[in-house]
Design a protein. Structure first.
Length: 234
């Protein structure tokens, strides 16, 4: 029977924990999804592990989506307590905001596949397997953030400097999508149809590159996630 709890805050149904779900379950975590804007999120803050996932809204749109303030407050409290916390895409931006940094539109919108370039710290970190020499990476964002003072930058791309950061051993934030499961691609293409059309994205190119890189990313992403879980403070 599971003895630990993993809370996952989700903003859209098709952006779930993806390939990261199985490693948590294998370690004895009971996974529970919390739907942002619907569920009371306060129990998520008390879980043994918390993940905050992506979504097509902006941190600075909290006047339109007031539940974002609840998420930032929850993350601020959790990070102060140095409790295991993972942020992906919007989740990473919310973590940056919780750590006192601004979130804002990036210079370019990154949608599609491109490799990460790891920093020196990144190459000796649990995410070493996500270096561009090992796998490409799926990107799907228009916003970016300033790096929190307490954070260590682990990876960048040409279009976005702050792609991955960590805070000590307890917190990890990805602007990109290492959890992406290729079998869900068509759901992403449908769910983000308006954004893709506005950006002029080539859907067939995304499909081709997903067929090319998806399986490798799943393997390397799980390797990185397991390495980070192994390094969490006990």
């Amino acid at each position: 029977m599971p003895t630990k709890t993993a809370a996952i805050i989700r903003h859209v149904m098709f952006e779930d924990l993806g390939s990261f779900a199985a490693p948590l379950a294998a370690r004895g975590y009971a996974l529970r999804y919390f739907e942002a804007g619907i569920d009371d999120l306060s129990p998520a803050g008390e879980a043994d592990f918390l993940a905050v996932l992506g979504g097509p809204i902006a941190v600075y749109e909290d006047d339109r989506y007031p539940f974002l303030r609840e998420e930032i407050s929850l993350l601020r409290s959790r990070l102060r307590q140095a409790r295991p916390t993972l942020g992906i895409c919007l989740g990473a931006q919310l973590m940056a905001a919780a750590l006192g940094q601004r979130v804002y539109p990036g210079a370019v919108k990154e949608i599609g596949w491109a490799p990460l370039t790891l920093t020196a710290a990144g190459r000796t970190s649990p995410i070493a397997s996500l270096d561009g020499t090992h796998t490409s990476m799926l990107h799907w964002h228009g916003d970016t953030f300033d790096l929190p003072a307490s954070a260590t930058l682990l990876a960048s791309t040409a279009g976005c400097q702050n792609q991955v950061f960590s805070v000590d051993r307890h917190a990890l934030a990805f602007q990109c999508h290492p959890e992406f499961a290729a079998r869900h691609l068509e759901q992403w293409l449908i769910g983000h149809a308006c954004e893709l059309a506005a950006a002029g994205s080539d859907l067939e190119q995304i499909r081709r590159e997903t067929r090319l890189h998806g399986a490798t990313l799943a393997e390397q992403g799980v390797r990185a996630f397991n390495a980070w879980l192994d390094a969490l403070p006990q």
